[in-house]
Design a protein around this ligand. Structure first.
Ligand code: SF4
Length: 517
């Protein structure tokens, strides 16, 4: 064997094998138990990764590529290597390739363990970057970040837009502005959204069914169910989803991207983050399709810019933060939270809070809810309650189908929980239930009142908002973007604050005792 290419579950792109010679080279892929259990993974997350991996293997095998593939079986086998490093070490003793090629994994933990295993093998190996799947290299991000006091997403995004000439005319942004956030925060009002075209879904074939049987047998106690699984697991399906989004979702995406409504936790969001993160589809393909839709008058600038910002700005920024800050980043706990886990209803959805219950129903059913459910319902509740930021990230990794460590950690621990103290976002996303009331139809049917902070009907978000500001007022005092919010808490008299603290303690005690709130 000349070259052995390691392909992990989030590297399912044949372009990573562009120099593979089928006569002399082979591919190594492995399903390992540790990836299903290091967090308590949603069943659909397991189905997505394993079905996509097996489909990818089948495609390579059909082309005559020698794929050395380790499958998990429905029952644990004696002597089964529990993780990638031990599986690889065992296989390398037999294969003895001249060189091993590892593409940078999406998780610092896997990079470390595989690097150690490869060093220990005594064989020649090299690390490749998956630059095809990002606009910027890690070196470019590191260079850009060097010497900057604060890393601002907007500056990075403009840097890449200028460099790539995306939505730029005569050196100026198309539409006269770099972003259209102000136009993109509309709620639905009383009527709600118009009918929305259903997503293309997934065709359950023998491979997906065989993996479903494995997941049900081996990981029966994991959260979620498999029946409603509907994501792409092949590049062909991912391209169909992309086309569908450009035609049906993109034209409506921008103005209502922050709105929430009833049981529809997707609305006009693309759900393409999972196939993007598995590398079934390329970010440039999506950006180019969105630009074409704009050029042809099928989508306006607010929607197109808002979508491109997610890919060209946010995704690239998050990746740069992860790889330039790890491993210390994972230890960040700027608000000095106790080792508190997410509430039990973050797994079951059993709560009287309508907004949380609806978000959790969506999450259990689809392994997905759109960014405002994530950030301003589930993330906000967790932050204001005082969940440890890394615990929140672990839960996020477990429940969302699109979560891979490089993207989850800065998003969940950093932006959502302010665990990094302001590297990703410049302030905590603190808010009362009134924000949720404005952006959704949840509060009308809820037993709580969003404008009440104390008393039996007090909205837990509102109580915890004031309690959060009160608890962290010294720590946040130097953050200029918090000045107004902190002034408001300072205006409250001590008796009111005591009532809020007591109600917050009551909430925490009930949550800790796993009693319903
Ligand atoms: Fe959520 Fe509070 Fe509104 Fe109830 S009142 S739906 S808990 S924001």
């Amino acid at each position: 064997m000349r070259h052995l290419y390691i392909i992990l579950g989030d590297q399912l792109d044949e372009r990573l094998l562009r120099d593979l010679d089928a006569e002399h080279d082979a591919v190594w892929m492995a399903e390992v138990d540790s990836e299903a259990t290091h967090v308590w993974c949603h069943k659909q997350r397991l189905l997505l990764f394993l079905s996509a991996m097996r489909h990818f293997r089948d495609g390579l095998t059909a082309r005559g590529v020698d794929v050395r593939y380790r499958e998990l079986s429905p029952r644990r086998r004696r002597g089964e290597p529990p993780d990638h490093a031990r599986a690889l070490t065992s296989d390398l003793r037999e294969f003895q390739p001249e060189e091993i090629i590892l593409t940078r994994p999406g998780d610092w933990r896997i990079l470390k363990s595989l690097s150690e295993a490869l060093d220990g093998s005594g064989l020649r190996w090299s690390l490749r970057e998956e630059e095809d799947h990002f606009y910027a290299s890690l070196e470019e991000f590191a260079q850009w970040a060097k010497g900057r006091k604060n890393l601002v997403l907007e500056h990075w995004y403009r840097h890449l837009r200028r460099r790539e000439g995306i939505l730029i005319e005569g050196g100026q942004p198309v539409g006269g502005a770099w972003n259209f956030d102000a136009a993109n925060r509309k709620s639905f009002g009383k009527k709600g959204p118009p009918p929305i075209a259903p997503l293309p879904g997934h065709t359950w074939d023998d491979r997906t069914r065989e993996v479903a049987t494995l997941v049900e047998a081996r990981y029966a106690d994991h959260p979620g169910d498999l029946e409603s699984f509907s994501l792409p697991v092949t590049r062909g399906e991912a391209l169909t989803w992309a086309e569908h989004f450009i035609q049906h979702g993109l034209p409506r995406f921008g103005p209502h991207q922050d709105a929430m409504w009833g049981e529809d936790v997707v609305l006009w969001h693309s759900r393409l983050s999972a196939p993007l993160n598995l590398k079934l589809i390329h970010p440039r393909e999506l950006v180019e399709a969105a630009l074409k839709a704009h050029d042809e008058g099928r989508a306006d600038i607010e929607s197109v810019e808002g979508f491109i910002r997610q890919i060209l700005g946010w995704r690239e920024f998050i990746r740069g933060i992860y790889w330039t800050r790890m491993p210390e980043y994972a230890e960040s706990n700027a608000l000095e939270c106790e080792d508190r886990r997410v509430p039990s209803f973050f797994w079951t959805g059993e709560t009287d809070m309508s907004c949380v219950a609806a978000s959790m129903r969506g999450l259990i059913r689809h392994g997905y809810v759109h960014h405002i459910h994530r950030l301003m319902v589930l993330g906000l509740f967790s932050q204001q309650l005082g969940v440890h930021p890394y615990r929140f990230h672990e839960w996020h990794m477990a429940m969302y189908l699109d979560a891979v460590d490089w993207v989850s950690l800065p998003n969940a621990l950093g932006m959502s929980q302010f665990g990094d103290g302001g590297i990703v976002g410049s302030k905590p996303y603190a808010a009362t239930g009134k924000y949720i009331k404005r952006m959704s139809n949840y509060c009308g049917a809820c037993r709580y009142r969003p404008d009440e902070a104390t008393g039996d009907q007090a909205c837990p978000f509102t109580t915890l908002y004031w309690d959060f500001l009160d608890r962290h007022r010294d720590r946040l005092a130097t953050n200029q973007r918090m000045t107004l919010q902190l002034k408001n808490v300072q205006r409250k008299d001590e008796t009111t604050l005591e009532d809020i603290r007591a109600r917050a303690r009551w909430l925490r005690d009930r949550i800790d005792a796993e009693e319903r709130i």
